[in-house]
Design a protein around this ligand. Structure first.
Ligand code: GDP
Ligand code: IMO
Ligand code: MG
Length: 443
């Protein structure tokens, strides 16, 4: 049995979608356990290009079951739009896509609140995706939120009224118009629920049954460790538990059923939105990474801030998630650089910290302590064997393994499925089914 969590080790957009799609043949099901359509997971193979937001990246493989777990927040209109896009592209989800009844529903009022709060924060804004994610999770924690099952409840109007009264008061206090008329929204909710019924399931029961039957489950994290509500750079975080611990609460699989964790780590660092970023580079090297790495948001199109790889943060992500193997992505983006910097410590008040969980907390910014490594100045695009890589690139990878304390499970040398080097560190996680990944035919 392999129930493996895939988690971003940075601020999201590490390439989780590519990695999930690639190793899918080793699993029977792929499950999202948190977040909503703030995520944007890209999958490319042959001449095909998909951007998944709510639906697990496993949906592109016809034999894979896909589950939206209870820890997610689901916007019904975004769900249907995504499903229609997949259907138009010839992807049939019938009978293999399941949505938790207990996931919380993202209602239009949450989007209004998200935008109004950001506007009211002014310079202190978070830089959210404006998808209503924060206000929806807040509704869950305050116990006023509506779950997907509530959309079809006999008490829908009553539940909506309680939620909307609060939203209306807050919107007005922020100088906005109030919320839509509850009756209209109630009709909309019922219509959404009716359309959702074929997908609704008691996903906790389903997943635990599959797990008992020996089926292998891949848990697809969205966002990343440093955007986690508990472990990220608060308050510049998303509102869910994107780290590996969230995979248990967000699905109902017990923590003891999880057998391993793969951390997706970009060969450099990016961040969208506001908040601390110790290794950010704002000169032409940052511009180079942005254009060469095509660092523009999959969900919002915003340019991503770019910087050097931060090993203090990567070690932190390894600890928090118990990363067994690293999926190192976008190595090819560094191909043309003369030299590559990596941050090995943070300096604060004359002291250098190599390990810190007080990352980013003080008012005084940490200063990065860099090691400089020589670049390889030749193309690694599409490399499929470790031996295809120049020695400087292999040194860079070895240094990452040593510094982070986890083995390499794979190296991504381009956005496409086939542009990948599988490494020995992946085998223990996938067991016998490693061969299903290694033997997959080129698309
Ligand atoms: P996710 O949110 O973690 O799934 O990542 P995104 O899909 O938002 O962003 C990753 C971007 O990098 C996408 O455009 C991918 O197609 C692309 N990508 C993934 N792996 C590689 C790689 O190894 N090299 C290059 N050049 N691009 C990659
Ligand atoms: P994937 O799954 C990168 C960021 C936003 C903002 C903060 C809070 O594609 O890696 P939110 O709308 O969630 O309240 O925004 O989190 N953010 C992401 N950044 N990748 C993501 O998802 C993100 N999801 C949210 O930019 O800084
Ligand atoms: Mg993304």
């Amino acid at each position: 049995m392999a129930n493996v969590v895939i988690v971003g080790m940075q601020w999201g957009d590490e390439g989780k979608g590519k990695v999930v799609d690639l190793i899918c043949p080793a699993f029977d099901a792929v499950v999202r356990y948190q977040g909503g359509h703030n995520a944007g997971h890209t999958v490319k193979f042959a001449d095909r290009h998909f951007a998944l937001h709510l639906i697990p990246s496993g949906i592109l493989r016809s034999a894979t079951r896909c589950v939206l777990g209870n820890g997610m927040v689901v916007a019904p209109d975004a769900f249907f739009k995504e499903l229609e896009g997949l259907e138009a592209a010839g992807i049939d989800a019938t009978g293999r896509l399941f949505v938790s009844q207990r996931a919380h529903a993202v209602l239009p009022t949450a989007v209004l609140l998200d935008k109004a709060r950001e506007a009211a924060r002014g310079d202190a804004k978070i830089g959210t995706t404006a998808r209503g994610i924060g206000p929806t999770y807040e509704g869950k924690i305050s116990r006023y939120g509506l779950r997907i099952c509530d959309l079809g409840s006999d008490r829908l109007e009553e539940k909506l009224r309680a939620l909307l009264t609060r939203a209306d008061a807050e919107l007005r206090s922020l100088g906005q118009a109030g919320v839509e008329r509850p009756a209209r929204l109630a009709d909309q909710c019922r219509a959404w629920h009716e359309r959702l019924v074929p997908y609704l399931a008691d996903t906790e029961l389903l997943l635990n049954r599959w797990s008992k039957e020996g089926k292998d489950i891949l848990l697809e994290g969205a966002q990343g460790t440093l955007l986690d509500i508990d472990h990220g750079t608060f308050p510049y975080v998303s509102s869910s538990s994107s780290t590996a611990g969230g995979a248990a609460t967000g699905t109902g699989l017990p923590p003891t059923a999880l057998t391993g964790a793969i951390g997706v780590l970009k060969a450099y660092a990016t961040r969208v939105g506001e908040g601390p970023f110790v290794t950010e580079i704002e000169d032409e090297a940052g511009e180079f990474l942005r254009s060469r790495g095509n660092e523009f948001g999959t969900t919002t199109g915003r340019p991503r801030r770019c910087g050097w790889l931060d090993l203090v943060a990567a070690r932190y992500a390894q600890r928090i998630n118990g990363i067994d193997a690293i999926a190192l992505t976008k190595l090819d983006v560094l191909d043309e650089l003369e030299e590559i910097k990596v941050c090995v410590g943070y300096r604060l008040g004359g002291k250098v910290h190599r390990e810190t969980s007080a990352i980013f907390e003080g008012d005084e910014p940490f200063e990065p302590v860099y090691t400089t490594m020589p670049g390889w100045k030749q193309s690694t695009v599409g490399a499929r064997e470790l031996g295809d890589l120049p020695v400087e690139a292999r040194d860079y990878l070895e240094m990452i393994e040593d510094e982070v304390g986890a083995r390499l499970g794979l190296i991504s040398s381009g956005p496409r499925r086939e542009e990948t080097i599988l490494c020995p560190g992946l085998k223990p996680l996938l067991g016998d089914r490693f061969s299903d990944v290694a033997a997959q035919p080129d698309p």
